[in-house]
Ligand binder design. Structure first.
Ligand code: KIV
Length: 257
């Protein structure tokens, strides 16, 4: 286990973990100053490529974005999402996880967990690949959005699943859109840190999609807090540029050779 992950585990119950997504060098350069974890999330298929699902993302696309992110990162732990259909069985998962690690030099990979892929976590961690799990709303496997863990039965099921993922060797686990009480129970029961998105403050850390937090994605569900309105800033800047070009104010001599 790499030192960055040991440091992360030591923060459990002491410091909140700050995590965000990035798909490029320019963004990860900024996030790196603040984040414990930078996730190259497969949400890039929605956010950058404008697709409705994350189901058709190519491994090669993920690797290219991850390379860009790693090149802009010095201290944060870079975790790369394995695209759907790149880990359908342990053999395929190992081959593709090794490829991601080798080509991108990232620190760890994340997989979305279902009831069938615990063996994949085991195989990867046995091969010294650090794995982050992901339960609750898992867009690669769930057809419809739903908050999970509201009933006692669901809460117990999620808790069992989380414990099994920890036992299989994962170093951390994302809890996506899980009810407060269930998130709290899971967080208290695990030794590894839980990273919440839409799962209340009762997790060890938080993650958001950076484009949502910056007001750029146009996707603002209840669990997102918009910390900026980049859409407005970009719109204003482009409007000004348009005006300057049309009125011959740009470029000036200082912008020319
Ligand atoms: O793909 C992604 O960005 C994610 C986060 C929302 C956790 O998986």
């Amino acid at each position: 286990m790499i030192i960055k992950i040991k440091n992360l585990l030591n923060k459990k119950n002491k410091k909140k973990l700050v995590c965000l997504t990035s798909y490029s060098k320019s963004i990860s350069r900024i996030l790196d100053k603040h984040c414990d974890i930078i996730l190259v999330g497969d949400s890039l298929e929605n956010v950058l490529y404008g697709m409705k699902t994350t189901h058709n993302l190519k491994l090669e696309t993920m690797i290219n974005h991850a390379k860009s992110v790693v090149s802009g990162t010095k201290k944060s732990l870079v975790v790369v999402d394995m695209p759907k259909n790149s880990y359908r069985n342990p053999r395929e998962a190992l081959k593709n996880a090794k490829l991601i690690m080798k080509k991108t030099k990232c620190d760890a990979i994340k997989i979305e967990n279902n009831s069938l892929n615990l063996s994949i976590v085991k195989v990867l961690t046995k091969s010294k690949i650090d794995v982050m799990g992901h339960i609750g709303y898992t867009p690669q496997f769930k057809k419809k959005f739903k908050v999970e863990g509201k009933s006692k039965r669901e809460e117990m099921k999620l808790l069992r699943h989380a414990k099994n993922i920890e036992k299989a060797g994962a170093f951390s686990i994302v809890l996506e859109c899980i009810a407060r009480k269930a998130a709290q129970k899971i967080t208290k029961s695990l030794k590894i840190p839980t990273i919440g998105i839409g799962s209340s403050k009762l997790c060890d850390g938080q993650i958001l999609v950076t484009d949502d937090l910056l007001g750029l994605s146009g996707f603002y569900p209840k669990f997102v807090k918009k910390y900026a309105n980049l859409e407005k800033i970009i719109d204003k800047s482009v409007k000004k540029y348009t005006k300057d070009v049309k009125s011959n104010k740009f470029p000036k001599n200082i912008n020319s050779f």
